[in-house]
Design a protein around this ligand. Structure first.
Ligand code: GLY
Length: 360
């Protein structure tokens, strides 16, 4: 099977790139799983589509297979759902030799991963990302957690999976809006890596929209290569990993202030436009670069403007983010493709003006 490895200080694990679930049991065997119990966690949408199939497949390797479903949506990503997962695991006698499988998008991966990181002080888990966003970003790198008191990912851990298994064909069942949200994270890899990557997306945008698997595989593999490289150098997000947050500083605050009415990827698109505005105003990048990135976001149906919130309240919300260090808001600025400046030195005036740039 085609794979690439993520190496962190204490762990090396594969990401598999397959079309369907046929190789999943081989991946389990390679991970050394046999007998024992597995608890598959999925949201109500993904559960409907894939839970039965996953249960049948895992039944070939595990002696006991359980499935837990929670209500789909970011609104479920909280400690209440985690408590329900703990209850379920305790009831099924999930033990330290058991495995948790996160079958779903970013919300499921973050939350089921957090349950795995904390249940019995940590049991093994695997990521089976079913959304584009999860495949190119959240399933790789071990960030797990939940929202708390309306603040995005405020409670969490770094906890790496045993493997990540991508089945590209599942992207066919993804609603249009979710697919577009994933494209925001894909496009993010342009500014943080190279113009060539952005040009590749530009050249193949129609095929991507039509969900051509060959092109999608190239793109997803490239994103995972970049992410694996960054995570391998800075697993705990104390330095270089910050670049993966390009567009997220303002994006996360917008996501929270909009009451999670917009998808994460949609807010990343808005956040990227805002930060590009700062970079352009500083003379780091040209208007052409801003337009090139924004027109691609727009092509995939991502928002470049929003309403119903004020710049001041978004600014205030930014201080509650994990990216704030010693009360200083951290930004990733683009000086050129692949040339980034990680800084806390962006003043309020620049930030407010950038937020206003995405408000109607
Ligand atoms: N999604 C950003 C990171 O994994 O660091």
């Amino acid at each position: 099977m085609e794979k690439l490895f993520v190496s962190t200080e204490n762990k090396k694990y594969p990401i598999y790139f397959e079309r369907n679930f046929d190789g999943l049991m081989e991946a389990c065997e390679e991970a050394g799983f046999s007998n024992g119990k597995i608890c598959i966690i999925a949201d109500s949408n993904v559960g409907k589509l894939y839970m039965n199939k996953a249960k049948d497949d895992f039944g070939k390797i595990f002696s006991e297979v359980y499935g837990y479903e929670f209500q789909a949506g970011e609104q479920s990503k909280n400690l209440k759902t985690i408590m329900k997962i703990y209850d379920f695991c305790a009831e099924k006698h999930i033990d330290r030799k058991s495995v948790i499988a996160c079958l779903g998008g970013g919300v499921c991966g973050d939350m089921a991963g957090f349950a795995a990181a904390t249940f019995m002080r940590g049991i093994k888990f695997i990521q089976i990302p079913t959304s584009l966003l999860a495949q190119v970003d959240s399933s790789v790198g071990g960030k797990v957690g939940v929202d708390f008191k309306g603040n995005k990912n405020m409670i969490g851990a770094f906890y790496q999976p045993e493997f990540v298994y991508m089945a590209l064909d599942v992207l066919d069942s993804l609603p249009e809006r979710e697919f577009a949200a994933g494209m925001a994270e894909v496009i993010k890899y342009g500014p943080i890596s190279s113009e060539n990557f952005l040009n590749f997306i530009e050249k193949n945008k129609e095929k991507i929209k039509a969900r051509d698997k060959e092109i999608l595989k190239e793109i997803i593999t490239k994103c995972c290569e970049i992410k694996a490289d960054v995570v391998s150098r800075d697993e705990k997000d104390t330095g270089k990993r910050e670049i993966l947050n390009f567009g997220h500083t303002i994006g996360h605050a917008v996501e929270t202030k909009k009451g999670f009415e917009l998808l994460h990827g949609e807010c990343v698109a808005l956040g990227m436009k805002a930060v590009l505005n700062i970079c352009e105003k500083r003379g780091y990048i040209t208007k052409e670069i801003v337009n090139k990135i924004c027109s691609l976001l727009s092509f995939f149906g991502l928002p470049l403007q929003t309403s119903g919130i004020t710049a001041e309240e978004v600014y205030k919300q930014m201080f509650l983010d994990k990216k704030v260090k010693n009360n200083v808001i951290r930004f990733v600025l683009m000086k050129d493709f692949g040339v980034l400046k990680r800084t806390g030195n962006v003043n309020k005036e620049e930030i407010i003006s950038a937020i206003n740039n995405i408000l109607r």
